[in-house]
Design a protein around this ligand. Structure first.
Ligand code: ADP
Ligand code: ADP
Length: 842
């Protein structure tokens, strides 16, 4: 791409970047330490490739600190290809270990000797708080260690001077999400995927029996996995270390279980964190809970302990993207470090990468444990961070229905409608909106089949129990249509009048946004529309103005990466056993080959069709070579989000999108680039193409171009993913995002309605018609009138899209000389102790 690089940002900023932040002459060591987690490999890959890109040498340090202490063949220079094809692999390819030696100064002296001999003075550590603490101690001791090495004659004074200080940057790899300072650690989302796959399997297979499942998930000191999975599956009860159940919980839990049974629920789910305790700090075990349910209620009860399954399998799209972003950021942080800057950790706040002082975060993490030990549980929850607290409050609110006597009556009627194409997570959002609405005293109405259904009077009151079990279901249970309200204004106003609707919550995509604009414009004519109206974005295309993310986009991304990697697995089998080229044999082989991501995961049934289809085409092709390039077409209309982020998550070589126009010269340089790459040991190429990126450079055209130009080097497969991206079970992220964002929207509705005690206030100002979106670190309500300016209506996309900034990153990681925007790099900031009113973004 070089000269034709059209990524955003001023031309020549690559040169500027390299001048400012050259890695020439520097050496970076990268290691993974402590418990392994999915996504660590993506982080390693990003560090290696970004390091090489800025001209530094990068060294693998195998087996964590043990390899650093032992030295020799444990520290090896990495090259570009040494991190090929690891993006989709779980665990860590450079190994991880616990290391006793490193805890002693003697051990660290050995480690310093090994590093300094290779000139490594930059260290990137991927691990938990223990590993990061070790790194910080090492950094502080470094100059003393070097002096000692000089005294013993290992190095000379000049080297002591030259390698005088050690820069340390940490990334948190931990499935537990147990580190303060980041909303998500690398691996936590994938672990949630594993847990939810199991819960979904239990739910679908156990319907014929009345059973109670006690599911124990990891988290000896941290309840994140338990809490987030309880939220994602609507569990009946959850046990966490940070928030022990109140005295007398045994009875309360049994009452809740039997109440749910009385409502004809056949299945109870109880989730227990490994480290669950009661208010006296005594462990609560799964067996104990089972005992209780069996003796008190006599229910058939099974305990499932998930164990290491949670660390297994392919990393989710979210983890791959997170780890890739963090890895690049870590290298930049190392290059910018000075002896004065403290060791930092790169982390995530909302949708924003941030750098925080490492030790302050470690301290806060340890404070949580201390608070729990001292039974200050409120503090423990607060110290965990705003996202954790928000999860806990949301869970409690949605799982337990208050007795009617405790609910204040608002005398308001609020209706919920789905608009646009179905997106995974919509149902979770409806469930949350309905339950929060009821608990705030409103009467909730559901509209079926979008605005069209609304006009026809398909509107009905909906109750707490009606939305039970909705979180995990794909598609839209209410039914959704793309129709805009414009031609039905009279009828919709009449329905709103008949049912005395006081507020409207719309869950949908770009049509929902257009619909809001139309309703708002019709306020002058129909006073029924003078009520608070809010939409939460739900669309796989992620093209709603006013939000970085929309519900459903994460699920679609996972489908894209899954489809690609399933295809890879198939090909691997095929290469070694050509006689296995019948579709039906290959699928079980994939499962037995340990790709849990494909056997139960999101959209399995639909990706099965793709797999079989891909396999058919492979069977028909005459192959003489093992090298292959996949051309995959993604959905999204004119919005390139899925292609771009799918590309980042799957390690694509190119992703063609509408937002970044390309011409024949770009195509040529891409093909040449890929051909060169495929002449090395790299065997697989991936090219993504957004469905509307170009009118004439169609998927077929690109397929043919690559096929022709790749002759003799590689052959091509193409795959149009189509509607499978909309279906499937929603990913944990989509479920919880949908739940939390709809909860906030409903709270906004209530606040607005409280502004007008009694009915009948007319809401006419712009700020009573809003989109609720996530922007950087915050959830924001933005008036649609204001967002109009920011919308490209012709192409149905926001004029500015945050993820375009990640485009260079994808290219750099695919070995292009793309320009990297220095201006977007984050700065070290203090750890924020938030006020009680500050809300979590996600
Ligand atoms: P995690 O990084 O997942 O929290 P551990 O606490 O087991 O896992 O730490 C991993 C490794 O980091 C340890 O085996 C040890 O080598 C190193 N380490 C942890 N704490 C310290 C410390 N206080 N000083 C030196 N090294 C440490
Ligand atoms: P929710 O699951 O949405 O929180 P409730 O609190 O009313 O709704 O019911 C909880 C119980 O219903 C849980 O035990 C849950 O596992 C169970 N459940 C979830 N989905 C289904 C389903 N499809 N059919 C029967 N029970 C279900």
């Amino acid at each position: 791409m070089d000269d034709h690089d059209v990524s955003p940002g001023p031309k020549g900023s690559l040169r500027k970047f390299l001048e400012q932040l050259s890695g020439a002459g520097k050496a970076i060591g990268v290691l993974t330490s402590g418990g392994d987690a999915q996504g660590m490999n993506a982080a390693v890959r990003a560090v290696v490739r970004m390091g090489i890109y800025v001209g530094a040498k990068v060294y693998f340090i195998f087996e964590g600190y043990q390899g650093m202490v032992d030295g020799g063949s444990n520290i090896v220079e990495a090259d570009w290809e040494s991190v090929s094809s690891i993006l989709q692999v779980g665990g860590t390819i450079i190994g991880s270990a616990r290391c006793k030696d490193f805890r002693s100064r003697e051990g660290r002296l050995k480690a310093a000797r090994n590093l300094v001999q290779l000139g490594i003075t930059n260290l990137c550590v991927i691990g938990g708080d223990g590993s990061l603490t070790g790194a910080n101690i090492f950094r502080k001791e470094w100059s003393g260690l070097l002096e000692e090495l000089a005294r013993e004659g290992t190095i000379d004074a000049e080297e002591v001077e030259k390698h005088g200080h050690l820069n340390v940057v940490g990334m948190v790899g931990s499935i537990d999400n147990d580190f303060c300072g980041t909303d998500m650690t690398i691996g936590a989302d994938s672990a949630l995927h594993r847990i939810i796959e199991v819960v979904d399997a239990i739910m679908t297979t156990a319907q014929s029996h009345q059973r109670t499942f006690v599911l124990e998930v990891m988290g000896r000191h941290c309840g994140y996995l338990a809490l987030a999975s309880a939220l994602a599956c609507g569990a009946d009860w959850v046990f966490l270390p940070e928030s022990p159940p109140e005295e007398g919980w045994q009875e309360n839990m049994c009452i809740k279980l039997s109440e749910n049974r009385a409502r004809k629920k056949r299945l109870n789910i109880i989730i227990v964190a490994e480290g669950a305790i009661d208010t006296q700090n005594k462990p609560i075990t799964s067996e104990q809970i089972k005992e209780l349910v069996v003796t008190q209620l006599g229910y058939d009860t099974r305990v499932t302990i998930l164990g290491h399954v949670q660390r297994g399998g392919t990393p989710s799209a979210f983890d791959r993207i997170l780890a890739s972003r963090m890895g690049v950021e870590a290298v930049v942080a190392l290059l910018q470090a000075t002896p004065e800057t403290p060791a930092c950790v790169v982390s995530l706040s909302g949708n924003q990468a941030v750098r925080l002082p490492l030790m302050e975060c470690v301290q806060m993490t340890q404070d949580v444990q201390k608070a729990m030990d001292e039974r200050r549980f409120k503090d423990a929850v607060q110290l965990r961070g705003r996202s954790f607290e928000n999860n806990l409050n949301t869970y409690k609110r949605l799982a337990i229905k208050l007795p009617d006597s405790q609910i204040p009556k608002s005398n308001c009627n609020v209706c919920v409608v789905n608009v646009g194409a179905p997106a995974a997570g919509m149902n979770a959002a409806v469930r949350a909106a309905v339950r929060v609405g009821i608990s705030e005293g409103h009467k909730m109405f559901a509209v079926y089949d979008g605005f069209e259904g609304f006009a026809k009077g398909q509107i009905k009151e909906i109750g707490w129990a009606d939305v039970g079990g909705w979180t995990g279901q794909g598609g839209s249970i209410l039914g959704t249509k793309r129709t805009l309200p414009g031609k039905y204004l009279e009828d919709i106003a009449a329905q709103m009048h008949t049912h005395s609707i006081n507020a409207l919550l719309i869950i949908g995509g770009f049509e929902a946004y257009l619909g809001l604009l139309e309703l708002s414009a019709a306020r002058g004519k129909h006073e029924e529309f003078c009520v608070p109206m809010v939409m939460v974005p739900a669309t796989v295309s992620n093209n709603v103005p006013g939000s970085d993310f929309s519900i459903g986009a994460d699920t679609a991304l996972n489908t894209i990466t899954d489809a690609f990697h399933s295809s890879l697995m198939l090909l691997k089998e095929r290469d070694s056993y050509p006689e296995f080229c019948i579709p039906i044999c290959v699928v079980p082989a994939t499962i037995s080959n340990g790709v849990p991501g494909t056997d139960l995961s999101v959209g399995f049934d639909t990706s099965l069709n793709v797999i079989v289809g891909t396999c058919d085409r492979i069977k028909q092709s005459a192959s003489g070579t093992k090298r292959r390039v996949f051309i995959i077409e993604t959905m999204g209309g004119y919005c390139g989000y899925l292609a771009n982020m799918g590309g980042l998550a799957a390690g694509a070589d190119a992703a063609y999108i509408f937002e970044e126009p390309f011409d024949i010269r770009d195509l040529q340089s891409n093909v040449e680039h890929l051909t060169e790459k495929m002449k090395t040991t790299i065997q697989r190429g991936l090219v993504l193409r957004n469905e509307s990126c170009s009118e004439n450079y169609t998927t077929d055209f690109i397929y043919q171009l690559y096929s022709e130009e790749g002759k003799g080097v590689f052959d091509c497969r193409k795959n149009v993913l189509g509607h499978m991206q909309q279906g499937g079970a929603p990913s944990p992220f989509d479920r919880n995002f949908g739940t939390k964002i709809a909860t906030r929207a409903m709270q906004w509705v209530s606040t607005k309605l409280k502004e007008s005690p009694g009915r009948g206030k007319r809401f006419v100002s712009d700020d009573s018609v809003c989109v609720l979106g996530i922007s950087k670190r915050n959830l924001l309500f933005q008036p649609v009138a204001q967002l109009k300016e920011e919308t490209d209506f012709e192409h149905r996309i926001p004029k500015e899209q945050w993820w375009l900034k990640l485009r260079p990153l994808m290219k750099i990681l695919a070995k292009y000389e793309a320009s990297f925007e220095v201006s977007d790099v984050c700065q070290l900031e203090p750890v924020r102790h938030r006020g009680p009113e500050e809300q979590a973004a996600i």
